[in-house]
Design a protein around this ligand. Structure first.
Ligand SMILES: [Zn+2]
Length: 248
């Protein structure tokens, strides 16, 4: 039996599958891995949450970067990896997708919001930091690029920020709790495209194993947790998952 057959087997005999996705699934859609060498986080100093809150200049810089780098994000489409997960969700075999990605590609592939747990937020819209009201990026972009206007909440005049979790910003508690809950209750935990270095990401596969789930890791490079996994596949995610799930 080869590794794809083993993966197919593991998926076929599981009752509650949880996927954990990282940058690697989205690089196959042309979105650069921001943490990799040459990624924007190595080119720019990150803007910490406290500085964003304290300084209008930092907010301006943050929006400037956002719109300067947004082009690839706007054009990106879900790939075969995203579609394979969408199919498992649709079949009811996969209960949720926990993701470190902020690109919204799981939603674009047809997975309902209620099945996606975003640990680092979402960069395809903005929200008010005081009342949480959602703001679309189109009008913000137009006002910012047109007259340099920084967005304020139309409901409460609060500061509006992309709906991502910044450096130094608290992890979203509800999502973290949901992610832990899903991880503890699954019988197959599939890591796709995460090097599992950053916490809390690194902790989830351990929780799944401890609770008796099978652990599968699909990643181009080796990860720190390969030794703990029941199956490790070092390959592209799209081709691997589409063969294992039977979609294109
Ligand atoms: Zn508000």
């Amino acid at each position: 039996m080869d590794d794809i057959e083993r993966l197919k087997d593991a998926i076929g005999s599981a009752r509650r599958i949880v996927a954990f996705t990282g940058a690697g699934i989205s690089t196959e859609s042309g979105i650069p891995d921001f943490r990799s060498p040459g990624g924007i986080w190595t080119k720019y100093q990150p803007i910490y949450f406290d500085d964003f809150m304290a300084s209008e200049e930092m907010r301006r810089e943050s929006w400037r970067r956002k719109f300067a780098t947004d082009e690839t994000m706007i054009k990106a489409e879900p790939n075969a990896g995203h579609r394979a997960l969408a199919k498992l969700i649709e079949q009811g075999r996969m209960t949720s997708i926990i993701t470190q990605n902020i690109d919204g590609l799981h939603q674009l592939s047809g997975v309902p919001d209620s099945k996606i747990i975003e640990l680092h937020g979402n960069t395809t819209y903005a929200s008010c930091l005081d009342c949480g009201h959602r703001h679309e990026l189109g009008p913000i972009r137009k006002a910012f690029l047109g007259s340099g206007k920084l967005p304020l909440c139309e409901k409460c005049d609060g500061i509006v920020k992309t709906a991502t979790i910044s450096f130094g910003q608290a992890m979203p508690e509800i999502q973290m709790a949901r992610a832990q809950d899903e991880t503890m209750n699954c019988d197959l935990f599939i890591v796709l495209g995460s090097s599992l270095v950053v916490y809390p990401a690194a902790g989830f596969p351990r929780i799944a194993k401890r609770k008796g789930a099978k652990l599968v890791i699909v990643n181009r490079e080796a990860t720190d947790q390969d030794d703990d996994a029941d199956l490790v596949i070092h390959a592209e995610i799209g081709p691997t998952m589409s063969k294992a799930v039977g979609v294109n």
